[in-house]
Design a protein around this ligand. Structure first.
Ligand SMILES: Cc1cc2nc3c(=O)[nH]c(=O)nc-3n(C[C@H](O)[C@H](O)[C@H](O)COP(=O)(O)OP(=O)(O)OC[C@H]3O[C@@H](n4cnc5c(N)ncnc54)[C@H](O)[C@@H]3O)c2cc1C
Length: 507
């Protein structure tokens, strides 16, 4: 292999696969993609209904949070893909861009060029959408985006009817001009199989002579020459290796991996780096801060008639709504799942269905910090779930909405009794205790290398690390605030825009 590349991308996940594919379109540049995981895609990843079997094994980083005071001190499990394709191999394949306000707020708050109108062409560049429901959809992109309406479970259809019966609006397309309302999910399934970023973007171009993929290659730190990043040190097969680049290193190791790698390389809060004996290369106090995530809870009902087994990803229908009057844009995702929310309850009552409400505009903020200076040690992860009381209040409101849906005429043919939270949980205090005991990660971690122009920003609106040359971060960590739905679509558009910015800067 060459030891000098034009671009080195660290992390072959959702963003990294797009960056590798787009940058290597120019035959005159050499691109190296370093991925800590392997390249074999297991059957459990391919089958859209077995996503839960991909968690907790050797294609998962198996992260866990520090104890969460807002969750009664519990630690939540935070799976992340350690495989080519990254977390796109472990996720639930729901595809939702988020609301226009999400992006306009980014631009308003110090990320000019990232408003919704700026982002629209990059979403379209990603998408290969099968139906024409959205006037905004992309149809020529590499990534499959299909409506779950094609082959739904009858309970998903009942959920939609129930929401309409209660007076919530219908929307033709949650990825179109009107996100709010009830509709079918878009999902990333192609010919009955999960479409990951490995299968859609990377594998079809791996034969390019100017693109090199090194798998099982764990980046340990970045190499600097003064304030310029010039390469990466990594470990592969128990051997330490170094690789250099002429143009740029692009860190795409995800919302936990990217801040960790920067800190291991001496870029971060000087006090924190010194605690771990790391030489401070560049002071940047925002690295690892502003970390946040969506948080969810669950409402499960037992069914009378047998619920047919899943044929897709188990979550086909969704409603976006606001918790209380006055919120602009949806702050709740009311997702329907034809399975139990809780595995123990599910074993005792296998014929059950759930509404899994997610808080999509959390106000709580946490951090990612180093546990030690060992690059193989997991970082400390603190999403600080439900630290702000308004987050708890809105999840409790979401439980009430879910109960109204299950209590509707449209659901009456299916449901027989409430299993979770349970009919005895009635007061605010009882529901608060339930939420704290059961709320969990929605797996949309972001914000830990936020984009912006203020002192706590890590990257500028061109995604260049502030104060350092030859280094960008391009992945979920750069989001200043999380978007109002599952964030994968946003990560992919960020990567497409990031690749465009790099190409334009170097043309
Ligand atoms: C369980 C789960 C369910 C989800 N469900 C949905 C959903 O249904 N819809 C949705 O929109 N979003 C969903 N998401 C979120 C979405 O999948 C992620 O936000 C997105 O994939 C993140 O992309 P990324 O490129 O930032 O990080 P990742 O895709 O995680 O990529 C990071 C890559 O970097 C590699 N890496 C990390 N550290 C190093 C290192 N030191 N050296 C080399 N390589 C390294 C990792 O192995 C990984 O491949 C889910 C996520 C998870 C985990």
């Amino acid at each position: 292999m060459h030891h000098h590349f034009d671009y080195i991308i660290v992390g072959g996940g959702s963003a990294g696969c797009i960056l590798a594919a787009r940058l290597s379109e120019d035959p005159n540049v050499n691109v190296l993609l370093l991925e800590a995981g392997g390249t074999e895609i297991p059957e459990t990843v391919e089958n859209p209904a077995t996503w839960y079997m991909t968690w907790g094994g050797d294609i998962d980083w198996n992260y866990q949070t520090v104890p969460q005071p807002g969750l009664d001190g519990r630690q939540t499990f935070e799976p992340r893909g350690k495989i080519i394709g990254g977390s796109s191999c472990l996720n639930l394949m729901m595809y939702i861009r988020g609301s226009q306000e999400d992006y306009d707020n980014w631009a308003y708050n110090g990320a000019p060029g990232w408003g919704y109108d700026d982002m629209l062409p990059f979403f379209q560049r990603v998408e290969n959408q099968d139906d024409d429901s959205s006037p905004w959809a992309g149809h020529q992109g590499p990534f499959a985006v299909n409506t779950a309406a094609a082959n739904p479970n009858p309970t998903s259809a009942a959920f939609i009817d129930a929401c309409l019966e209660l007076g919530y609006p219908w929307t033709d397309d949650v990825n179109g001009p009107q996100m709010e309302g009830v509709s079918w999910h878009h999902i990333n399934v192609k010919n009955g199989k999960r479409d990951s970023l490995a299968t859609s973007y990377l594998f079809p171009v791996l034969k390019r002579p100017n693109l090199t993929l090194e798998s099982q290659a764990h980046a340990m730190n970045l190499i600097f020459d003064g304030k310029r990043c010039v390469g990466v040190k990594y470990s592969q097969n128990f051997e330490e290796k170094e690789v250099r680049c002429n143009r740029e290193v692009i860190v795409a190791a995800g919302a936990m991996g990217s801040p960790q790698l920067l800190m291991l390389s001496g870029v971060g809060n000087p006090e924190h780096l010194k605690e771990h004996g790391i030489h401070v290369h560049h002071e940047l106090p925002g690295v690892g801060e502003n970390f946040h995530n969506h948080v969810l809870t669950g409402v499960t009902y037992e069914c009378g008639p047998q619920v047919p087994p899943p044929t897709q990803n188990m979550s086909e229908a969704v409603m976006y709504t606001t918790s209380f009057p006055g919120w602009v844009g949806p702050d709740l995702q009311i997702a329907f799942v034809h399975a139990s929310f809780d595995i123990i309850i599910g074993q005792a009552h296998p014929n059950s269905i759930s509404i899994v409400p997610g808080l999509t505009r959390p106000m709580s903020r946490g951090w990612v910090r180093l546990n030690s200076s060992d690059p193989f040690d997991k970082p400390l992860i603190n999403p600080n779930y439900l630290a702000v009381k308004a987050d708890l209040d809105r999840l409790i409101r979401a439980i009430e909405i879910a109960r109204e849906i299950f209590g509707s005429e449209a659901m009456s043919d299916w449901v027989t009794q409430e299993l979770l939270p349970g009919p005895d949980k009635k007061t605010y205090e009882q529901l608060a205790a339930y939420v704290k005991s059961k709320a969990d990660s929605y797996h949309h971690q972001c914000g830990s290398c936020k984009m912006g122009l203020d002192d706590m920003a890590v990257v500028d609106p061109e995604l260049r690390v502030h104060g350092v040359d030859g280094l960008r971060v391009i992945d979920a960590s750069i989001m200043p605030t999380v978007t109002s739905g599952n964030i994968h679509a946003a990560v992919l558009a960020i990567a497409e825009k990031g690749a465009h910015l790099i190409k334009t800067a170097n043309s």
